[in-house]
Design a protein around this ligand. Structure first.
Ligand code: SF4
Ligand code: SF4
Length: 463
């Protein structure tokens, strides 16, 4: 089966239950943001910018668990910020699993191996030695970490264990060169790959999570799918990048760029996703075939943002993951008080100008599952997609040039920073925040650096 039977059955039962009860609006996936702090500063990330004044705030654990109960979504995507920075992430994951939910940990991958070392330490017995040897041979753990694992874990805290009810959902926006460029730090792609390899060896389920931008080369995305399929990744989420409020403002103010130079319009989204139905056949793409048809421009859907609500330090964010017109204390209150008819695009006309170019999964993927804009055969199509055999692993992944950046000596960020240092360094960073990138506030994503980096990507691709 494309997805584990228990998971597909749980989601199907949730939809059928609400259809029978004629519930007008209900949650399918909770986007839970326990914090907005992150160790990266990706270009185009609205979160760390919109919530820049509350980066130190966190949703208490009991409130996170109560939010899941409040909306009762069968799936919870723990995002942020970087959720592995949340001090009680283990308790949160285990609490959600105890509630019977399917959990996705949306991570940039940088702390995954550390969490898996914790898991191994908590599970250690001599029977684990062959696994440790394998991980050491593959360079996925260090000798020091192996020793830590052998000493066991004694702090009494839970760990994140492999289960069919949980996925690591790793943010990867391309192969090495491109991904490191977008996350504005070298080495991140390589770390993601190592973390994915380790997770698969330990029996975790792993998905990747990709945003497609205007400059994304879809042939590279296909190669990326092939590469991760070869590594045994269990599924892929892919969504068009959208010029949501916070990222748009940041792009204009901080980077001095026009959002239309970076994000996709509807027309461009359809062009980029013209082959998504083929991708759905060749790879385990998450999302319904109905949503895939929408992305490929073959049909219209109506936004159902209420089905993927977002909860964070300020409450229930309305109307959607991308735009903020208010926060509400309960999911029910948000459902009742928001005028949902004001949002989305209907018959090609944007009800709100900010929705005009939006085709993102958190607005439209549930529409495909819930049967809004139903066309004959849709339910069968969705059923078949979920319950049919999984596409086979791509066997020639070793031929993909995945490591086309820093790890083969093309240190694009370092080169660009060095070139820019002479002119850009010494000038305070425009938002007054020192970049986390080593040594200086260069590398903060200012326009000149970004363009230099993009030029280097183009040159690298041609050579
Ligand atoms: S990893 Fe990047 S996209 Fe994700 S929260 Fe951090 S800065 Fe934003
Ligand atoms: S179309 Fe829906 S998901 Fe997209 S920005 Fe508008 S309200 Fe949000």
């Amino acid at each position: 089966m494309r997805f584990p039977f228990a998971l597909s059955a749980k989601i199907a039962a949730h939809i059928i239950k609400h259809k029978l009860r004629r519930t007008p609006k209900f949650a399918m996936v909770l986007q839970l943001e326990p914090l907005h702090t992150c160790n990266l500063t990706c270009t185009g990330c609205g979160r760390i910018r919109e919530y820049s004044t509350s980066l130190k705030d966190m949703v208490p654990l009991d409130q996170c668990l109560a939010a899941a109960n409040d909306c009762d979504a069968p799936m919870v995507s723990i995002c942020g910020g970087e959720p592995l920075i949340y001090p009680q992430i283990e308790e949160l994951v285990n609490g959600l699993l105890q509630q019977g939910r399917i959990v996705y940990i949306c991570t940039n991958g940088m702390f995954m191996r550390k969490k898996m070392v914790d898991y191994l330490a908590a599970s250690y017995s001599p029977a684990l030695e062959p696994t440790l040897k394998d991980l050491l041979d593959q360079g996925l753990i260090s000798s020091k970490q192996a020793e830590t694992i052998r000493q066991g874990k004694r702090d009494g805290r839970p760990v994140i264990r492999p289960t069919q009810w949980m996925y690591w959902n790793v943010h990867v926006d391309g192969l090495e060169y491109t991904h490191d460029l977008i996350v504005e730090r070298e080495g991140v792609f390589k770390e993601c790959v190592e973390a994915i390899k380790m997770a698969k060896r330990l029996g975790f389920q792993v998905a990747t999570n990709t945003t497609v931008y205007r400059e994304t080369d879809v042939r590279e995305i296909e190669d990326m799918f092939r590469f991760f399929s070869w590594l045994g990744v269990d599924g892929h989420t892919i969504s068009p990048g959208y010029d949501y409020d916070a990222a748009k403002k940041d792009m204009m103010k901080r980077l001095g760029k026009r959002p239309e130079d970076f994000f996709l319009t509807r027309k461009m989204t359809v062009e980029k996703f013209s082959r998504i139905l083929d991708w759905g056949k060749a790879f385990t793409i998450f999302g319904t075939p109905v949503y895939q048809e929408f992305l490929a421009g073959k049909r219209e859907l109506t936004c159902t943002a209420w089905a993927i609500p977002t909860y964070n330090v300020k409450g229930w964010k309305a109307p959607c993951y991308l735009m903020t017109d208010g926060h509400y204390p309960t999911y029910r209150e948000m459902l009742e008080k928001v005028d949902w008819e004001k949002y989305g695009v209907v018959n090609g006309v944007a009800r709100d100008p900010r929705c005009e170019n939006c085709m993102v999964h958190c607005g439209y993927d549930p529409s495909g599952a819930l049967g809004t804009n139903y066309q004959r055969g849709d339910h069968w199509k969705n059923f078949k997609y979920n319950f049919w055999p999984r596409p086979p692993r791509y066997e020639r992944g070793h031929e993909i040039q995945a490591f086309n950046g820093a790890s083969i000596g093309k240190g694009h960020l370092a080169e660009a920073k060095a070139a820019l240092k002479a002119t850009a360094c010494g000038t305070p960073h425009p938002n007054g925040v020192e970049s986390p990138h080593a040594g200086s506030f260069c590398g903060s994503g200012d326009t000149s650096e970004r363009e230099a980096l993009l030029a280097k990507v183009q040159t690298a691709k041609q050579t």
